[in-house]
Design a protein around this ligand. Sequence first.
Ligand SMILES: NC(=O)c1ccc[n+]([C@@H]2O[C@H](COP(=O)([O-])OP(=O)(O)OC[C@H]3O[C@@H](n4cnc5c(N)ncnc54)[C@H](OP(=O)(O)O)[C@@H]3O)[C@@H](O)[C@H]2O)c1
Length: 281
Amino acid sequence: MRTLILGCKGQLGKDLLTVFGECGDTTGFDLPEVDVSKADQVARAVADVDPEFIVNSAAYTNVEGAEDDEKNAFLANEQGARIVAEAAEARKIPVVYISTDFVFDGLKTTPYEPGDEANSLSVYGRSKRAGELAVQEATQRFFIVRTAWLYGPGGNNFPEKIIGAAQKNPLLKVVHDEVGSPTHTWDLALAVRALSETSAYGVYHAVNTGSCARDEFARAILFATGIDTPVEPCSADAFPSKAARPAYSVLSTSDLERATGYVMRDWQTALDHYAQRRNSS
Ligand SMILES: NC(=O)c1ccc[n+]([C@@H]2O[C@H](COP(=O)([O-])OP(=O)(O)OC[C@H]3O[C@@H](n4cnc5c(N)ncnc54)[C@H](OP(=O)(O)O)[C@@H]3O)[C@@H](O)[C@H]2O)c1
């Protein structure tokens, strides 16, 4: 299968290139060559690659920054989503749009299913939800894949922030009242590939299984990377931020398993794999 990956220099994009590259011609573009919010640039990429499958992993991902930069967040996350989905529809090929747990308000206490009502708390979350709706308007051959707490090699992600902070401070205070599903980009890329082998179009959740609070994740990151800085729990109020985040955003992967037979690994095993990749790079 010939696959086009957009946003290929991002942490997920890089693993998508590798995972899809294992089973077919795979070409990726990112800024500045292909801006997903520019229809002519997307059209040129599609004409050059002649793909049979498109994965749109390009996004404005600065959650705090989006609060003061709504126009650009919506440009990439909504307009870009629409343009890429329309380009896929014009060729009658499927498209994947990667979305986020931030479309939810976090008021549930059991894992979110794909059909649960979205109610975003932040500009970023609203822009991604708008992107989901734009994709669904543009085509029926879509996979909307929501993930959460994503980290991968070379990314500016939570594990790297914790490792950096632990190397500079004798003690870390990390939020306890935020619970979610940490997800390794490698596992998400495999889930997207598993979906690409089906025509079970729809909305899916793809996260490593299990869940934890941020402070528990931080302790696991430091343990996996051999750093012994202690982590003390604190409340989210201790770190005031512009963007509100869901307090609980665990996602259920049952639909993904039913559609593909692919079972996501637990988050601890996926984190160990990340630590090994980090060591060997
Ligand atoms: N990170 C998370 O915790 C998380 C959680 C849930 C869902 N997601 C979703 O997962 C997907 C992948 O995220 P990620 O963590 O891999 O993000 P990332 O590392 O920030 O990668 C996104 C890539 O898209 C590029 N990009 C931004 N605007 C673009 C545009 N208009 N046209 C083309 N490329 C553009 C970025 O370039 P620049 O770096 O130059 O801007 C970057 O290379 C995104 O859809 C994101 O919303 C992420």
